[in-house]
Design a protein around this ligand. Structure first.
Ligand code: 4AD
Ligand code: MG
Length: 477
């Protein structure tokens, strides 16, 4: 007989049937009740073992973490909190788990401990829920764009283009068997290296994505991106996944509409599909908040926050207006600011972004028209000559979740910008071709996937929403 997923057993209505389930033991109580989880759902199925007719040797091997196969009759459960259970007629231990050594004991472990055990933390309720939510969100991303007629493009991971200016990059080099080609002073000789030039792991697929938008109209990428920023924050990873749509003929307002609609769609899709997991994560947060003083507790529960985002318009505010708000909020109201903005042109720090979102507007905010000086070279210069059509979306509890812009479509303006920044025009010949041949306005944005997963799961550290976090502290996997 084939085994059935626990999720299907719990949702099925046909009792008094013979069924088989396979999974991992979460707990084993009174020598009789196995809580079995197979990862298909956060819920365990209770398996009642006929202990009188089961050898002691076998009972001893039913320990937390062991893999088992149970066959028996699905019956309505007498116990509280579960609809059905399996009355076991045959039990097979598939894989033992030494209780003295198994790290995932049925108790609350710290998130730090679980991070060190990223290969096993997925067997806890919280991480099972987070990773199922993550998977559903990924699917929703594809569904949204595919339904809207966008094409999925795979942009290069290894790239010679380094013009994004998004931070430090990881250098890629080929190591031949007989040693790396070296120059006399011991440096890697890139001329003789596999790639014949300096190559890096991509920081963004945008520039390549733009060339596709200028042919296919509407495209999106969804892939890993890399930034060698050694920033030890709860919002940064060295390897993270980014979703980057790019649309020909869209202006900045269209770009904002797309981003807002997209975010609302994927959240709604996930709330609809992941009810049990989100309810668990919501309760987890409520329990965590109990230890905080009343004033620091969140006013909304996780699901209320998600509904709020789905049901309300994001507030659209120009950089200039935001600076005015920040200036007038000092000096007393925001004593917490370490860095006070009193000059137009300064980049916002995350404390400012969070002030605007969490204290001032109390809703997601789309900031636009930033000073050209603090944004990337490819953004469309406004008529004022000093701001660009950039947009950042800021989320409560997260800060920046999206960065995007309308792109500079005018070849002469773009060339001037590149020259001013000292970027070698030759490096970007292929990118500039989009402006040479059939240029048109176009816009796009990048959404940091893990920041979205953080928001939807209510977790507070980005390392807890990606299976194997890449940060300088988590390099063992
Ligand atoms: O704002 P960023 O740097 O924008 C770009 O890379 C553009 N090329 C995107 C585009 O227009 N197509 O990054 C986009 C988003 C940020 O808003 C943030 O959510 C996320 O990527 N992000 C990170 N997420 C995790 N760890 C990091 N180190 C991140 N750096 C950026
Ligand atoms: Mg950004």
């Amino acid at each position: 007989m084939k085994h059935t997923k626990v999720k299907d057993l719990l949702n099925g209505t046909k009792t008094l049937h013979e069924v088989k389930a396979k999974g991992w033991v979460r707990t084993f109580r009174n020598n009789q009740f196995i809580a079995l989880n197979d990862g298909s759902t956060i819920n365990n199925i209770q398996c009642v073992v006929d202990f009188e007719n089961t050898p002691d040797e076998t009972l001893k091997r039913i320990t937390t973490g062991a893999a088992v196969s149970v066959t028996g009759t699905l019956v309505e459960s007498q116990g509280a909190g579960q609809t059905v259970e399996i009355q076991v007629t045959k039990l097979e231990i598939l894989g033992d788990s030494d209780p003295e050594k198994y790290p995932m004991q049925p108790k609350k472990h710290s998130l730090e401990f679980l991070r060190e055990n990223a290969h096993l933390r997925i067997r806890t309720n919280a991480f099972g829920a987070i990773m199922r939510v993550r998977s559903t969100l990924s699917f929703a991303v594809h569904q949204y764009f595919q339904e809207k007629g966008f094409f999925y493009v795979n942009t290069p991971i290894i790239t010679g283009s380094d013009a994004e200016g998004a931070g430090e990059m990881f250098r890629v080099t080929a190591l031949p068997f007989d040693g790396t080609p070296r120059t006399e002073d011991g440096q890697v000789n890139f001329k003789e290296d596999f790639f014949g030039k300096e190559t890096n792991l991509t920081v963004s697929g945008q520039l390549e994505g733009e060339t596709y938008a200028m042919a296919l109209g509407q495209i999106y990428t969804f892939g890993p991106t890399f930034r060698a920023e050694n920033s030890n924050t709860s919002r940064h990873l060295a390897e993270f996944w980014m979703i980057e749509p790019e649309v020909a003929f869209n202006n900045l307002a269209d770009n904002m509409d797309l981003a807002e609609d997209f975010i609302k769609y994927v959240i709604k899709y996930t709330v609809d599909k992941c009810g049990d997991d989100l309810k668990f994560l919501e309760q987890r947060l409520l329990d965590e908040e109990k230890s905080k003083p009343q004033a620091e507790r969140s006013e909304m529960s996780l699901l209320e926050k998600l509904s709020f985002v789905m049901d309300n318009n994001f507030k659209r505010v120009s950089y200039t207006e935001a600076i005015d708000i920040l200036k007038s909020s000092k000096p007393n109201k925001n004593k917490k600011f370490n860095y006070i903005i009193d000059e137009w042109g300064a980049d916002l720090q995350s404390e400012h972004e969070r002030y605007l979102v969490e204290k001032h507007f109390k809703c997601p905010v789309i900031l636009f028209d930033y000073p050209a000086k603090i944004k990337a070279f490819y953004m469309r210069l406004n008529e004022d000559g000093k701001t660009v059509r950039a947009m950042d979306i800021l989320f409560p509890g997260i800060g920046e979740i999206v960065g995007g812009s309308q792109r500079e479509e005018r070849l002469d303006v773009l060339l001037q910008k590149i020259a001013d920044l000292g970027i070698d025009e030759k490096e970007l010949w292929w990118y500039l071709d989009t402006r040479r041949f059939g240029t048109a306005i176009h816009s796009g944005f990048g959404l940091g996937f893990e920041r979205l997963v953080l928001f939807v799961t209510g977790m507070s550290n980005i390392r807890d929403v990606i299976p194997f976090p890449r940060t300088p502290q988590n390099a063992e996997f």
